[in-house]
Ligand binder design. Structure first.
Ligand code: GDP
Ligand code: MG
Length: 752
């Protein structure tokens, strides 16, 4: 197999200078000139005559015969063509090479309307004998091969007086035709198209009936066939395996001009589509309709004819073996590629603006979801494939199927990128609006009162978000195109939504934690404050015990604080758990939340205690405690000092009693164990699921966060040694003041 010659077509059209017009082709087109050059404008001609669009609905006829036997004249009469004819006076060859013209009588009205087939193309082949370059049998052979490879009907034009002249030039021509035919179809056994040899006998005088002439011709043809040396495998082949025969006779054009016209008109009616009704014997057949039997058609789509014809001619002219199936495959490749290119151009026109719009959005960082992309993408795809199918399916089936897959691949690559961009935009905007919607709904819920359910909000908004995405994905789906099932993208989207809702839930949990902490703070603020206030009473709340309560003593201050702390946090924990569960928080998340709550609550308590033992505050409490003991007797009655009273003794006792509070206050110790509460156990170890972010805002706790280097003892140390001493000194001074005042009042009381 040689290089695909059909490809040489490329560029030929470009070399044609001016756009050809219909007028230029009045006399048809010279397909092959005397230099054996193929005319690159053949396709233009087919376009101009509207033949190119006809698919298979066109027909090709060639005429053969000796020079100046009235071939061109016959064609012009039959088909209204304007092939050049020899003037009666000049007598020299006019038709050179091979000309082609489209039947001009097609669709003619009135008596002219012969019901001729659509789109008949007629080829007028250069006369073959008596030529000036008669020695050149080469062209004769080549043009015969060309005509056979392309034509359905071969008209053999012959004078009546030549019939039976076996040695005549016509018979030589037929021998050539038969030979090249065998050569051709040796390669093309499967399609093996037949052709019709249509003998038109000219200047029929009428004395010999047509039937006799026909018999003579058949005898001659059989003789020629027998004499042919046949290639191996075809020795037994018969002429009628390849050809059908038809015969017609016409009167003398000059001598019987009117009769000639009538007979030609009759003859023209035979150029219609027909079918075989029956076959009797080797050469006898009954046709219905006209001479164009479907089996004669070469099945080259009209829009590919010029490429095919040029390829065939190229092979012929270069003396290469003409292999029609290969030519047809090459043609199919060439044309399918060409059609594919055209189709892709139209597809590009439809898709490019969408691609640009999408790219623009991405560039601006705001990927946009294009409206109705699914519909326009689907339409463009279907339109392209349909257009390709219409044009290209007429060509070689295998090539067509392959090129169709190729085309679909190209289209789908473009669409895929576009669709993926679309879904990624839908994904982004969907996740963003989901997050916004949840936040907005939470805010609205908070405004209305605390009764919103976070999990419900998330579920509702997720449903909306998924639905929107699914709608978009579904609009992009194309039936029977697996890659347009976007399940994977859908799943990814859902995963992202869940991630976002997880994050939002975490934030929501933080807010909850803050609320619960605030509650703990206010609770502890009150209750712990109360406990410290009791210090001021000097009897440690030992007044009248109410409702059977064990009387509080100063010694169990820390026990009471610890117990109410633990109870408060416990209540806070159950509030937190209840709420968090309604968010659909996981066990791990709740565990971390509680752990944080306990730590933070401890911090709250510790701060409250620090506030209570702040210098001024504690000094005031000590003074009150002291005064209570000093100024009131055991029954709680205020003392009126008299000079005889043991003011000093009472003072010393009260002072020493109050002073015992200072070491008690200095350390958080439980009375029973005389040890700090088991804070590390109470807080518990950090849960495994805690992440560094959860720990960021936590203050280290001595004894709990051991790596911080602070011991539990230090954590529980409320007053430093220095502060203690300072407090003792200050308190003593205050107590001294009170004592002096009491002393003075005792003396003063006497003086009164
Ligand atoms: P071509 O070379 O075969 O195409 O022949 P042309 O059509 O050019 O005609 C050659 C000559 O034959 C012209 O002078 C025609 O007038 C003449 N001619 C055409 N038709 C007939 C015919 O039916 N009978 C005769 N005797 N002459 C014809
Ligand atoms: Mg001619």
């Amino acid at each position: 197999l040689t290089a695909p010659s059909v490809m040489t077509m490329n560029g030929h059209f470009a070399s044609v200078g001016d756009a050809p017009t219909k007028e230029q082709y009045e006399h048809g087109i010279q397909v092959i000139d005397e230099e054996k050059q193929f005319n690159p404008n053949l396709n233009t001609y087919l376009q101009l005559t509207k033949t190119a669009q006809s698919g298979f609905n066109y027909h090709l006829i060639s005429v053969f015969g000796s020079q100046s036997t009235g071939k061109s004249t016959l064609l012009n009469h039959l088909f209204g063509t304007e092939f050049g004819v020899m003037s009666e006076t000049e007598r020299r060859q006019t038709t050179k090479g091979i000309w082609m013209s489209k039947n001009k009588r097609e669709g003619a009205a009135g008596p002219e309307a012969h019901g001729m087939a659509d789109n008949i193309l007629v080829m007028d082949v250069e006369g073959t004998d008596g030529r000036e370059r008669g020695e050149d049998q080469d062209f004769e052979r080549k043009s015969a091969l060309f005509a056979l490879a392309t034509s359905e009907v071969l008209i053999v034009n012959i004078w009546e007086h030549q019939v039976g002249l076996y040695q005549g030039a016509n018979m030589g021509l037929l021998k050539t035709v038969f030979e090249v035919n065998m050569q051709l179809f040796l390669k093309d056994k499967q399609s093996n198209p037949r052709s019709l040899l249509f003998f038109v006998i000219r200047d029929h005088i009428g004395t010999t009936p047509l039937a006799n002439l026909r018999n003579t011709l058949i005898a001659d043809l059989t003789g020629i066939w027998t004499s042919l040396s046949k290639p191996p495998g075809l020795e037994k082949s018969r002429i009628e395996d390849y050809f059908d025969f038809a015969f017609a006779a016409l009167p003398h054009k000059i001598l019987q001009p009117d009769k000639f016209i009538t007979e030609v008109a009759k003859l023209s009616t035979r150029f219609r589509v027909g079918h075989r009704v029956a076959r009797h014997g080797d050469f006898d057949q009954e046709l219905e309709g006209g001479v164009f039997l479907p089996e004669y058609h070469r099945r080259i789509p009209a829009d590919g004819f010029s490429v095919y014809a040029e390829g065939v001619w190229d092979q012929i002219v270069n003396n290469k073996d003409l292999d029609l199936p290969t030519q047809q495959e090459l043609l199919a490749q060439f044309r399918c590629d060409e059609i594919s290119r055209e189709v892709l151009e139209a597809f590009d026109d439809a898709i490019s603006p969408l691609e640009e719009k999408q790219a623009e959005g991405v560039r601006l960082g705001q990927p946009s979801v294009l409206k109705d992309l699914g519909a326009s993408g689907k339409a463009a795809r279907a339109k392209s494939i349909k257009a390709f199918e219409t044009e290209a399916s007429r060509y070689h089936k295998g090539v067509y199927a392959r090129k169709r897959v190729e085309l679909e691949g190209k289209i789908d690559t473009r669409l895929k990128a576009l669709y993926q961009g679309q879904l990624s935009a839908a994904h982004k905007s969907g996740v963003a609006s989901f997050s916004d919607a949840v936040v907005a709904a939470v805010k609205a819920g908070q405004k209305k009162g605390a009764s919103y359910e976070f999990a419900d909000i998330v579920e509702r908004e997720k449903e909306v978000a998924l639905e929107n995405f699914e709608l978009e994905a579904k609009s992009l789906a194309i039936e029977g195109v697996p890659w347009t099932n976007f399940k994977q993208q859908y799943n990814l989207y859902e995963k992202d939504l869940d991630e976002v809702s997880g994050r939002l839930r975490k934030e929501e949990m933080r807010r909850l934690a803050t609320r619960v902490e605030r509650w703990v703070r206010s609770r502890l603020g009150e209750s712990v404050g109360l406990e410290f206030n009791k210090l001021g009473s000097g009897r440690g709340g030992s007044g009248a015990p109410e409702s059977g309560e064990k009387p509080a003593t100063e010694k169990d201050l820390w026990d009471r604080i610890w117990n109410l702390f633990v109870a408060t946090v416990k209540e806070a924990e159950s509030r937190f758990i209840e709420r968090a569960k309604s968010y659909n928080a996981s066990g791990d998340e709740i565990e971390v939340g509680l752990w944080r709550l306990r730590r933070k609550s401890w911090g709250v308590l510790r701060a409250k205690i620090d506030e209570e033992v702040m210098e001024g505050n504690i000094l005031l409490k000590l003074r009150e405690n002291f005064e209570d003991k000093f100024r009131y007797d055991e029954a709680g009655v205020p003392r009126i000092w008299r000079p005889t009273d043991d003011i000093e003794g009472v003072y010393t006792k009260a002072r020493e009693s109050t002073l015992t509070l200072i070491p008690l206050l200095s350390r958080f110790r439980l009375s029973e164990t005389y040890a700090p509460p088991e804070l590390p156990e109470w807080i518990g170890a950090a849960p495994d699921s805690v992440d560094p972010k959860d720990e960021e805002d936590l203050t280290p706790i001595g004894g709990v966060d051991e790596e911080e280097g602070k011991s539990l003892e230090e954590e529980m140390s409320i007053l430093s040694e220095a502060k203690r001493q300072d407090l003792v000194v200050r308190f003593k001074k205050t107590a001294d003041g009170v004592y002096v005042e009491a002393k003075r009042s005792a003396i003063g009381g006497v003086a009164q």
